[in-house]
Write a new protein. Sequence first.
Lengths: 114, 112
Amino acid sequence: DGGITQSPKYLFRKEGQNVTLSCEQNLNHDAMYWYRQDPGQGLRLIYYSQIVNDFQKGDIAEGYSVSREKKESFPLTVTSAQKNPTAFYLCASSPSRDNNQPQHFGDGTRLSIL
Amino acid sequence: SQKIEQNSEALNIQEGKTATLTCNYTNYSPAYLQWYRQDPGRGPVFLLLIRENEKEKRKERLKVTFDTTLKQSLFHITASQPADSATYLCALGYSSASKIIFGSGTRLSIRP
């Protein structure tokens, strides 16, 4: 069954701590994306990757970092520099960089501050 | 910068009626417009895509229109059912960009 798996579903971060959110896809998609969703707001793009070993900053990249060492994996690290990390984080993928193709989403990770 | 406006208020519809959701945008018309459904605590699920040269697209009980003059897309669900209750997001895609821009969504409730 193809899809995107995000883990964990819930995550808590302590002050000054970095945390990493996992995103794995078995759809053989080239492009992957990380979004942040806050209540009453649309999805905001954090980072995206169109191919292995390459990624670009989105609209709100400050305080976040990513890597794309494998086609199927695109982990997101929320660093201590991100002062307001509480949000719902969504990972998505699409077959290629063309934005005329639908994005497939995981079921998200909800990050909270301890 | 591009702005997308979706009904900020929740939409409450009687079962069996047609639900119509609006997506308005400013500035440049997108090459593509997509609609997604999102249930609470879940990721969005793709529903339909319409291109700028298409006026209308249908899929089962769903219909999307795209008017580049009005800078608006309408999303219709006919014969609505309680199971259609969810938040619906529109997203704009531009040929010159590798990313799409999402609206904040409209929450739809279908009452029996």
